[in-house]
Design a protein around this ligand. Structure first.
Ligand SMILES: Cc1cc2nc3c(=O)[nH]c(=O)nc-3n(C[C@H](O)[C@H](O)[C@H](O)COP(=O)(O)O)c2cc1C
Length: 187
């Protein structure tokens, strides 16, 4: 049985380099692992406890929760917006953190990577993502890190999957997360 890794991307723009990184991860997944990019984050309304009640949960949020429940691990791809995590990604984490104590992260392994234009590749956003996901119930694999600076120039002409250095780094990220997720599946 394949280990299922759900990829969540913190940029909604069509030409997103983080989205491209996620697409590269799909291609680079080792045998026995399947990376799926969740497509509907832009349709998930802002988290609101008033609508997070039986019968009122918006369809897009329910789909996000179902995809997360079915996953064995999570791979976040985050750019940096004003020194922190983009709202779309934080919103997804908030939805997945509830019901309190029974959210979809459920102690499953999580790795956070990403690219941003700044010289540090979005490390603040990625660190903040680790912090939030950990509080939300994920098992953050702290030593899986990949922050690629200069996104707009580095990937202007080259898709991350065709950048040999990035592809090698991403291959290692997915393989290591697969290892952690596989342990969870076997347990
Ligand atoms: C609202 C906004 C805020 C940004 N703030 C930062 C920032 O704090 N640090 C940084 O490195 N880049 C920042 N950027 C530039 C992004 O890193 C860059 O647009 C990146 O390519 C976005 O990722 P994407 O290609 O996946 O959309 C910001 C971009 C936007 C639109």
């Amino acid at each position: 049985m394949s280990v299922r890794i759900l990829a969540l991307v913190g940029s909604l723009r069509a030409g997103s380099h983080n989205r491209q990184l996620a697409e590269a991860a799909v291609k680079l997944a080792p045998e026995g692992a399947e990376v799926e990019v969740f497509d509907g984050l832009g349709d998930v309304p802002f988290y609101n406890e008033d609508i997070d009640v039986e019968g009122s949960v918006p369809e897009a949020a329910a789909q996000l929760r179902a995809a997360a429940q079915a996953a064995d691990g999570f791979l976040f791809f985050s750019p940096e917006y004003n020194g922190t995590i983009p709202a779309v990604l934080k919103n997804a984490i908030d939805w997945l953190s509830r019901p309190y104590g029974a959210g979809a992260f459920g102690g499953k392994p999580v790795a956070v990577v990403g690219t941003a234009f700044g010289q540090y590749g979005g490390v603040w956003a990625q660190d903040d993502t680790r912090k939030a996901v950990g509080i939300a119930g994920g098992k953050v694999i702290e030593d899986i890190k990949l922050s690629i600076p200069g996104s707009l120039t580095r990937f202007a002409e080259t898709h991350p999957a065709d950048d040999a250095e990035v592809a090698a780094q991403l291959t290692e990220v997915v393989a290591r997360l697969h290892g952690h997720a596989g342990e969870t599946v076997a347990a």
